[in-house]
Write a new protein. Structure first.
Length: 291
């Protein structure tokens, strides 16, 4: 049972929580043990929180998941994990983790409490509201960055939060587009996400174009911000812009030419050029601000 409960927590998706490390890395504290420890602890605790949210979501969506060719194999949808034990395990784990977070850092606890409430509303109602569903997903990534700032007492500049939000919007739109293509293409999948009926490819493509442009512009504004340049004692951060452009364009290529992009974590795990680009971007950024 514990094996299936862990699978329901979707550890593979926890890679999204690396956004927690962003404030530590881009404030140049990534070589200080206390910052690394606090970020790692926040990552582990928040991953457990997101894992329980996945379990609750699978319980609510079990009937629809049984109609999906891939989701039907999930432990709860397939019946390998019972609803009652899954609910009790998730509730108990969430309560315990929230208690630990409250003892660790008050601001961290407040952000996580808001994240939990937001996702409860998302699972029950908001995921069926067009556009709002995408914005809620994007807000989740902003909250991850805020957690990284809160546990390490790091001031976050507005442009980095805006860039994170717009990047998450971009990824969510690509995800919706790929889901919509699957239910429209032969032989077609059963519509298991009701909000998809409110979207069409033309609308999504237009929104993806806007998200692409605004994400790039917001990142450029971030690296050109006088406050950021003063903080990092470098006016050369614009050299990292090509890596951001390549990353976004590579993701568009994978989505439009290869039919991928429904799962950002899968792209990170499977596309070597995309993953190497992220690593190089971080390395170049660190190199520029440490010399």
């Amino acid at each position: 049972m514990l094996k299936y409960f862990l699978l329901s927590m979707r550890p593979k998706q926890w890679v999204k929580n690396v956004f927690i490390f962003a404030p530590m890395i881009f404030s140049l504290h990534m070589f200080q043990a206390e910052y690394i420890w606090r970020s790692l602890l926040a990552f582990m605790l928040f991953s457990l929180v997101t894992g329980t949210i996945y379990v609750f979501n699978d319980i609510l969506d079990r009937e629809k998941d049984r109609l999906h060719p891939l989701k039907r194999s999930r432990p709860i949808a397939s019946g390998k994990l019972g609803i009652r034990p899954a609910l009790w395990l998730a509730a108990g784990l969430l309560a315990g983790v929230l208690l630990l977070i409250a003892r660790f850092n008050r601001d961290f606890f407040l952000i996580v409490a808001f994240y939990v409430v937001l996702n409860i509303f998302y699972s029950i109602f908001l995921k069926r509201v067009v556009i709002i569903d995408i914005m809620v997903i994007a807000l989740g990534f902003v909250l991850r960055v805020m957690i990284g700032g809160a546990v390490n007492h790091i001031l976050l500049y507005p442009w980095i939060l805006i860039s994170t939000f717009l990047l998450a919007i971009f990824l969510a739109l690509i995800k919706r587009r790929q889901e919509l293509l699957k239910i429209q293409g032969p032989p077609g999948e059963t519509l298991t996400r009701t909000t998809l009926q409110n979207y069409n490819l033309g609308l999504l493509d237009q929104m993806i174009s806007i998200a692409t442009a605004t994400t790039l512009i917001s990142y450029i504004m971030y690296v050109l911000s006088p406050d950021v340049q003063m903080k990092f004692h470098s006016a050369n951060l614009f050299y990292t812009v090509p890596f951001v452009i390549f990353g976004i364009f590579r993701y568009l290529f994978l989505a439009y030419a290869k039919g991928e992009g429904e799962s950002p974590s899968d792209v990170i795990y499977t596309d070597l050029p995309f993953t190497l680009n992220i690593i190089l971007w971080v390395c170049v950024f660190i190199l520029l601000v440490t010399h």
